[in-house]
Design a protein around this ligand. Structure first.
Ligand code: GLU
Length: 563
């Protein structure tokens, strides 16, 4: 009701300011119903409220109307529901069919920023009836994490992004080796044993290092030595020859293989020599027939590096779509920090509610549709964009509001006795305010002596003063008569009135813990029906927020999503 009141005030103030200071009840009611069609069945009941607000607003001087509108903020116009389609991909006509890929590094949980590459690649593959490939880029034995392969797949499935083919780079090492040999033999690559500093100095001047000009035969010999462990870690790399005068020194003769003795979580110590990103990605994009590479613009320089390899091989480089950066406010996203936090025990896991990971969003009751929609709205635009936590919550609210059943939950409960009531044994309240078909929940009411006994939240209790009338939501109006413990009140009628409405529990209430976004627990009492919910159900705790049931045993625990 508070929400409705706020919207009524917004429309009344807007309407008044547009019409010389005087709002019209009918106009405001019309706007209200248009914006919140779920209220239509309650139009008669809301008429009184609208009238009251309009009268109040019309009495205010112009300045005050302006001031209040600024305070409550303008009405959120519902976004037109037109499908904001993605732009066409470039070069589609150049390929017989479209192949895209999502190539995550399994070194940490996927977060909302990673969804963009996955979602766009998937959407375009589907739009053009092409193929979408999932490829794990795990050629860094130091940071590939065994549990991430499955988690990333779970996240993709949850997002509705099914893939047609799956590859893991650590299964393809021999293939990369065979290309390395070919390139070394052709003298398009070389095994470089220079000190890195020494190499850089030469490179920055555009000059070759002594290793570069050795013959193909000598390169292969060095390569075999490298494979056999003849060079210590850091003492040899394979480099791909590029134009030594390339304007960006970082592109010149980039490294393609290095030695690592760290056992790999999938293939153990089978390999000592590991391909680096630019090499394996190029081989795979070609071998897998990828036509469109969709990724962030931080890879633009990598594209320049990869071009050299494609040229040596005589291959055509796929069409690259590099989208702009996405700044995401209010979410902890760095994979390194996340993994450090998990290892030290500071974070509870990839789904720690403080994280912006897909696992955390799922646990908090965000719907995949909402996540997809915010990212699709941003699309592949090359300009930088930003996404706020509020936008994500607003999208999710749109999707979840119609689905979530309503229940009462009273955090930090305090007791309230209500005297002089009619005989009331239970309340029957709709599971969803606008979907009658879902039926009702029953809240039994307990009696203590001559009074009915309830619990309301500490926060609501604090705001009440003696003599104030308020409504135990969907039940009755009462007037506070004592602020002692317990609080006491007297019955003040059953009919809906324009007074504050407070959720409550009574007989059979169940203890519940709510895990809040800052990882603290809020304790309270939920109405009995909540005990019958299953893990994974997303509900709205009225006047509190949307939550997802996280556990029912040994304790009932919900995870907080948003208001
Ligand atoms: N594994 C790379 C990454 O996650 C893929 C980049 C690319 O799409 O080429 O950054």
């Amino acid at each position: 009701m508070e929400k409705i009141r706020k919207v009524v005030a917004q429309w009344a103030l807007t309407n008044a300011l547009e019409h010389g200071g005087r709002a019209s009840v009918n106009a405001v009611l019309g706007k209200l119903m248009a914006g919140m069609p779920e209220l239509r069945p309650r139009a008669r009941e809301l008429f009184g409220l609208v009238e009251e607000v309009v009268v109040e607003v019309n009495e205010l001087p112009h300045e005050e109307q302006l001031y209040r509108l600024r305070k409550v903020g303008p009405v959120e116009k519902p976004k037109p529901d037109k499908h904001r389609g993605l732009p066409e991909l470039p070069d589609v006509e150049k390929y017989p069919s479209i192949v895209t890929r999502f190539a995550p590094n399994p070194n940490g949980p996927m977060h909302i920023g990673h969804v963009r590459a996955a979602l766009l690649s998937h959407e375009y593959a589907r739009r053009y009836h092409g193929k979408f490939i999932l490829r794990f880029e795990d050629t860094n034995p130091e940071n590939a994490l065994p549990e991430m392969y499955a988690l990333i797949k779970q996240d993709l499935r949850w997002l509705g992004l099914g893939w047609d083919e799956e590859h893991v780079q650590s299964d393809r090492i021999e293939l990369y080796y065979s290309y390395a040999e070919k390139l070394l033999r052709q003298e398009n690559a070389y095994v470089c044993t220079c000190e890195v500093e020494e190499f850089r100095k030469l490179r920055d001047r555009g000059e070759p290092c002594p290793c570069r000009d050795l013959s193909g035969g000598e390169q292969l010999e060095r390569w075999r030595r490298m494979l056999a462990g003849g060079f210590a870690k850091g003492k040899s790399v394979v480099r791909i020859k590029t134009d030594l005068k390339h304007p960006n020194p970082a592109v010149r003769d980039w490294p393609a293989f290095r030695v690592s003795v760290t056992p790999h979580p999938r293939v153990g110590s089978r390999y000592l020599v590991w391909p680096l990103y630019n090499f394996s990605v190029s081989i795979d994009d070609h071998e897998m027939g990828v036509t469109h590479v969709i990724r962030g613009k931080e890879h633009v320089v990598n594209e320049q590096r990869q071009h050299a390899l494609f040229e040596h091989m005589g291959w055509r480089y796929p069409t690259a779509v590099h989208y702009g950066r996405l700044r995401i406010g209010g979410m902890a996203l760095s994979k390194t920090q996340t993994m450090r936090g998990i290892r030290s025990g500071e974070l509870t896991g990839p789904d720690d509610v403080r994280l912006g990971t897909i696992a955390a969003l799922r646990r908090r009751g965000f719907l995949p549709e909402a996540v997809r929609q915010v990212i699709l709205d941003i699309g592949p635009t090359p300009v930088d964009s930003s996404l706020s936590w509020e936008t994500l919550c607003a999208h999710n609210r749109r999707f979840v509001d119609g689905r979530a059943n309503r229940y009462f939950f009273v955090p930090s409960p305090v007791k309230l006795l209500v005297h002089k009531t009619p005989e009331l044994k239970q309340a029957r309240i709709r599971l969803h305010p606008s979907d009658l078909g879902r039926g009702e929940r029953i809240l039994p009411i307990s009696r203590e002596g001559d009074a009915l006994a309830f619990h309301i939240s500490q926060a609501d209790a604090t705001n009440l003063s003696v003599g104030q009338t308020f409504r135990l939501k969907d039940l009755m109006n009462v007037t506070l008569s004592s602020r002692g413990a317990p609080l006491e009140a007297e019955f003040h009628g059953l009919k809906l009135a324009d007074v504050p409405k407070i959720q409550w529990v009574s007989a059979g209430a169940v203890r519940m813990e709510v895990l809040m976004p800052d990882n603290t627990l809020e304790l309270g009492l939920a109405e009995p029906a909540v005990a019958g919910l299953g893990v994974g159900e997303i509900v709205q705790l009225e006047r509190y927020g949307f939550v997802r049931i996280d556990a029912t045993r040994p304790k009932l625990v919900a995870v907080y999503g948003h208001r």
